[in-house]
Design a protein around this ligand. Structure first.
Ligand code: HEM
Length: 402
């Protein structure tokens, strides 16, 4: 693509009308936006930002930017709808003091000790799944592996009885899917039904936990101790927690396996030097960020790249673009499992930075390393299918053979 084509691509960019090719590979468009339209005005009046330095600053600046989404989700979901209730009450789409109160309990339950305690269970689960793959020889790395891990881990964190976990993934995909830039009536209906069913289920679980609290290490027990939370706030934060760690982590594992299997020399290096797993996972997070888009609302006037952002302007922060910005990452398109430093924004930054990043890292490190070690002949067998999603980047299917 020459300079004029890239400029035209950036100027015409409309996140509400994306092509099939964009879902397959958005990075050419993101590069054009970073270069020619770092603060791009979309046809609907919102702004789309793509440079690392801008996102890093905005994520850390609470004086000018808010996470509150009521003004945007009212028209999108309909005030009073289950999706509106859910997405406006969870901590991630709120500001202090409410956000601070809920976050304190979550961070408290996910301490380094709590993470260490998760490790043997995750290793056992991953090994069991890999044993099944070995027996089958041909399988889907998403359905039969990546998707099976987060549901167990997050289910264990909230101590959801194993027999109840079946619908969790479907609910999660329907609810988070409703955050996509383009939303059909059917997707909206599916999202609303999922919130209704999910909260109905959680009411029973919460009543049970209230009568039998499980102590300081249990996430749900801790949230129940937060006396100022209304029943609805409690329910919606539990739904959010069960969702937040789900599709994102499945996608990290799936994207990571795809990257490594498409770069056999890196996979081989990791097999012979397992110490590299930490930097390797950070590089997977950077290059194929599972959560590609974030949002903020401007609360007071501020200027970026000569563009004045007026109060009430809605911003989309493109993590997927920022994480390939050459101003921050030398040779940014290269997959380098030893990259250091690697200050990517895959978990965002600042006060809302992902509270579950330790859990996600733990799962991905164990899953990817054990897979490479236990399946030395693992290879993709073609037919990989990407999800048609701009916000949550991952595969629906990743067929492989051992
Ligand atoms: C690879 C996996 C994951 C990715 C890429 C990811 C990404 C993110 C991002 C970008 C945010 C910030 C959203 C914003 O402010 O706009 C966030 C927030 C959050 N994430 Fe994650 N996440 C992952 C896994 C998890 C897991 C496993 C959990 C729970 C165990 C979790 C819990 C949360 C919570 C509670 C917040 C809200 C934090 C706050 O608002 O203060 N996430 N995540």
């Amino acid at each position: 693509m020459d300079t004029e084509e890239a400029r035209a691509l950036a100027q015409a960019f409309d996140p509400n009308h994306l092509s099939a090719g964009f879902y397959e590979n958005p990075y050419e468009t993101y590069a054009a936006l970073r270069t020619f339209e770092p603060v791009h005005r979309c046809p609907d009046g919102t702004l789309f930002l793509s440079r690392f330095a801008d996102l890093d600053e905005i994520y850390r600046d609470r004086a000018h930017f808010s996470s509150d989404k009521q003004a945007v989700f009212g028209p999108k979901f309909g005030p009073g709808s289950p999706l509106y209730e859910h997405h406006t009450r969870s901590l991630v789409f709120n500001d202090p003091p409410y956000h601070t109160r809920v976050r304190r309990q979550i961070v408290g339950a996910l301490s380094p000790n709590a993470l260490r305690a998760l490790q043997p269970g995750v290793t056992e689960l991953v090994d069991r799944l890999l044993g099944q793959l070995q027996e089958r020889q041909r399988f889907d790395l998403i359905e039969d592996f990546a998707a099976a891990i987060p549901v167990e881990v997050i289910g264990n964190l909230l101590r959801v009885p194993r027999a109840d976990r079946g619908p969790l993934r479907g609910w999660s995909i329907a609810i988070l899917g409703a955050l996509e830039t383009e939303l059909t009536a059917e997707e909206r209906a599916r999202g609303n039904a999922a919130v209704t069913e999910f909260t109905a289920y959680l009411r029973g679980l919460i009543a049970e936990r209230r009568s039998h609290p499980l102590g300081e290490t249990d996430l749900l027990t801790r949230l129940l101790q937060e006396a100022e939370l209304s029943e609805s706030e409690l329910l919606q934060n539990c739904v959010f927690l069960l969702n937040a760690g789900h599709e994102t982590t499945t996608n990290l594992i799936g994207n990571g396996l795809s990257l490594l299997l498409n770069h056999p020399e890196s996979a081989q290096r990791l097999r012979s030097d397992p110490q590299l797993i930490g930097t390797a996972i950070e590089e997977c997070l950077r290059l194929e960020s599972p959560n590609q888009l974030g949002n903020r609302l401007v609360t007071s006037r501020v200027t970026i790249h000569g563009v004045t952002l007026e109060p009430n302007t809605y911003l989309t922060l493109c993590i997927g673009a920022a994480n390939r910005d050459a101003q921050e990452f030398p040779d940014p398109e290269r997959f380098d499992i030893t990259r250091k430093p690697n200050r990517h924004l895959a978990f965002a930054a600042g006060a809302h930075a992902c509270a579950g990043m330790g859990v996600a890292r733990l799962e991905a490190q164990i899953a990817l390393l054990r897979t490479l070690q236990r399946l030395p002949r693992l290879r993709l067998s073609g037919g990989a299918t990407r999800a048609r999603r701009a916000r949550f980047r991952g595969f629906v299917s990743l067929p492989a053979e051992a």
